[in-house]
Write a protein that binds this ligand. Sequence first.
Ligand code: FAD
Length: 488
Amino acid sequence: MTTEHVEVLIIGAGLSGIGAGYQLEKQLPGTTYAILESREQLGGTWDLFRYPGVRSDSDMHTLGYRFRPWTKDRAIADGGSILSYIQDTARDGGVDKNIRYSHRAVSAAWTSEDARWDVEIDTPSGRITMSCSYLFSCSGYYDYDKGYSPEFPGLADFGGTVVHPQHWPQDLDYAGKRVVVIGSGATAVTLVPALTDQAAHVTMLQRSPTWIAALPGEDPVAKALQKVMPKRAAMSVTRWKNIGMFVANYQLSRRRPKAMKALLRKGLQQQKLSEAQIDEHFTPRYDPWDQRLCVVPDGDLFRAIHAGTAEVVTDTIDTFTPTGIRLGSGRELEADVVVTATGLQLKLFGGLALTVDGEPVDLPHTLGYKAVMVSGVPNFFFGLGYTNASWTLKMDLTYEFLLRVIKRMRANGETAVVPRRQPGITERPLLDFKAGYVLRSMDAFPKQGDRSPWQLKQNYLTDLYPLRYGSLDDGVLEFSGAKAPAGV
Ligand SMILES: Cc1cc2nc3c(=O)[nH]c(=O)nc-3n(C[C@H](O)[C@H](O)[C@H](O)COP(=O)(O)OP(=O)(O)OC[C@H]3O[C@@H](n4cnc5c(N)ncnc54)[C@H](O)[C@@H]3O)c2cc1C
């Protein structure tokens, strides 16, 4: 049986996979590649999530690709606009013709002798195999099939409707209904003000508070710059401004958490929340950026609270009842609809089972190399964006790194590259993040090390040089397969 072979096989046609295809088209024209997509559409996250108000929580100047600046006015954009941006990039870059929809990659086996990955793929007409020289996982970081829902006591007795934001029923009628949103993360703070447009009342029920900052939905600096320079240039400058702000904000949070807490509190006071409201509902027990900071554009959540159409309740769930939820405090929340905005279930590499020369890859015993490759796994790259800044900032650097490696290997006639683990590295969890959904899954992920190039810096400025320019002969990457010069 002949197997279709491509040089680069990308898994996932979301923001990351489409960017990868675009860069191959532009920077390495003529490269054979395909994108496997298990769903019937491209866009990943921005196609899957359809709950009311779905939007970015970082600015589009950095969530957009470096090679295709975001030019719309909204810095915090709605899900539909982001999906269109990804679709336009796929069409304009000629990437769409290389997407294989309804193709789910299930396993990948590397054979050193052939310097090749054989990838098993489930398709509507059965399982097929494709082979490739380079495998690039752009499968995101969570399970598409199901979100995370804890077991709630008494849930079976509840007479209303329960929905998870990952599977929002498009025909859900919440007009005039009492809605309780369980959760306090990015999804909950997005949903609550959005639902107030039709619901009779919306309650955000949180076990504990989250750090929240109100930001302008449109960037005033970007707008001012556009008056004095061409739009694309203005957007590029805005991107750098935002990168600087992310890094400064994160570093301040890590080094001077008290100062950052004071700044965030000041922001909440400017939203006209009372001191008691801030203490009870908006002052978390953890330091800023121990978990992702939530952004609310133009303070929409706070406006809904002031208008009386939304309320935040900080309490535990004792049990669901036929008509709502009884809380630990004894209070009863009446509800017609309950939204469990309780998070994602993490899943790495789209659940792909990897083997190298017949040996299964035991991911928890591997180390991430610059968080783009995995120790001991040849010609395998992965896309994992920043958790403390826009995802795409890291992806842009990942593309550059992959292209540099391929160019070098072509030039030298090399066929395999593998990061070799060095002795004496202290292991740490890959993501230094204390959010529940991360802590629940980190055991299954590769680790990071305590030093470069094994450390995950989560900092665009310090990642920029090693990924864009750093020597590939760093004593860690091992290249092989170079043909001997003629006559030797
Ligand atoms: C609601 C929500 C809002 C977010 N907002 C932001 C934000 O504002 N800023 C930010 O930086 N990040 C945000 N994120 C993180 C977000 O996921 C990334 O920004 C970005 O969309 C990730 O793109 P991706 O292509 O890497 O992954 P995804 O968008 O998850 O796409 C992965 C694709 O891979 C496919 N796939 C998975 N496994 C397989 C397989 N085995 N075979 C074939 N195909 C497979 C999936 O079907 C999917 O299409 C948000 C996430 C969510 C859930």
